[in-house]
Design a protein around this ligand. Sequence first.
Ligand SMILES: [Zn+2]
Length: 77
Amino acid sequence: MPTPRNRLRRSPKLREDEFYCVACRRRCKSKKEDMCVISLTNGRHALYGYCKPCDCDTYKFLKDKDVSRLTKKYGKC
Ligand SMILES: [Zn+2]
């Protein structure tokens, strides 16, 4: 059973090439050729995407198990 508090904050599942853009405050799709994996200073990884409608950068954190697969697919930043 999922914990009840998770139901309050509804976060729709993003597809791999979808990002939540903080600038236009909605999900946006990034082109594959604009996407890449970036290493963060805290040892985590994020997927970088580009939001074309508002011309801004967008990121999302990656699960450790997805890092190597997505790095192969999109390359490193
Ligand atoms: Zn945007």
